[in-house]
Design a protein around this ligand. Sequence first.
Ligand SMILES: C/C=C/C(=O)SCCNC(=O)CCNC(=O)[C@H](O)C(C)(C)COP(=O)(O)OP(=O)(O)OC[C@H]1O[C@@H](n2cnc3c(N)ncnc32)[C@H](O)[C@@H]1OP(=O)(O)O
Length: 269
Amino acid sequence: MSSEENTMPQVALTIENGIARILIDHPERHNAMTFGMWQQLAQHFETIAQAPEVRVVVLSGAGGRAFVSGADISEFEHLRDSAEQVQRYEDTAQLALNAIAACERPVIAAIEGICMGGGLGLAGAADLRYANRSARFRMPAARLGVGYSLHGVQRLVQLIGQANTADIFYTARIFDAPEALRLNFIHAFHEDGEFHAAIERVAATIAGNAPLPIRAAKLALRTLSAGHAIDAAAAHAIEHAVQACFDSADYREGRSAFLEKRPPAFKGQ
Ligand SMILES: C/C=C/C(=O)SCCNC(=O)CCNC(=O)[C@H](O)C(C)(C)COP(=O)(O)OP(=O)(O)OC[C@H]1O[C@@H](n2cnc3c(N)ncnc32)[C@H](O)[C@@H]1OP(=O)(O)O
């Protein structure tokens, strides 16, 4: 038995230098998400919500060959053989995906290798998606006979459009990183040997920027992507978040740093 086979599937969180790293760790199944892993993922976002020092979250897969290969199919027999069980599973996965979308800090999906099924959903819930050149993408629902939730389809439509979503769903074909970029699913891909450094650079850049304007922008983006008219309460919440930027010490720091030709040091206040 290899050391990989001894690992317990888990989702691990570490926080260091303003960067929260969430590692999907189930490499012997290409980081397939078990029911327990969806629960752990949601819990980590609760921890992050209570950790004001976090400026950015990086979501990645262990082992170097996969980001996430989707839901763990070996559990389907036990967890998805009645309508209630399917609903419970969907609700649990949805809770984790909503936690990513609702996180006030930007979430980066670092897609190294396989990104399929629920892995596409997971990456799609993040704010930013970067892949390595060897990454492979697929929406295999139609090859497996599994249904995909309305939210999941909606998120893909928002990212890659209705026609492309239909294409990748109906054909269930594998596509590569250049095509994922062309479809607008990812922002960029990097050569395999440069991938980790590229992720570190973007995470450090975001962590060094002022948190309040980022928070206000994420709130606005999230409200706009809800797909319905913005009501007065939502508009007020966004205006409030924008105003908080102008009232902040970081705003003064940003202006001073610019005028003094030095890098800014933001405190998130
Ligand atoms: C609402 C959301 C629903 C979903 O997400 S449903 C799941 C959607 N995902 C998939 O359908 C992907 C399934 N996996 C594959 O098609 C293949 O794997 C890959 C193309 C990703 C990789 O192929 P290769 O490199 O040949 O590896 P390998 O030998 O197939 O995989 C190594 C071990 O990993 C297990 N595994 C891979 N993906 C999953 C998964 N999603 N759930 C459970 N197990 C998985 C395999 O079975 C195998 O296991 P063993 O070594 O015992 O033969």
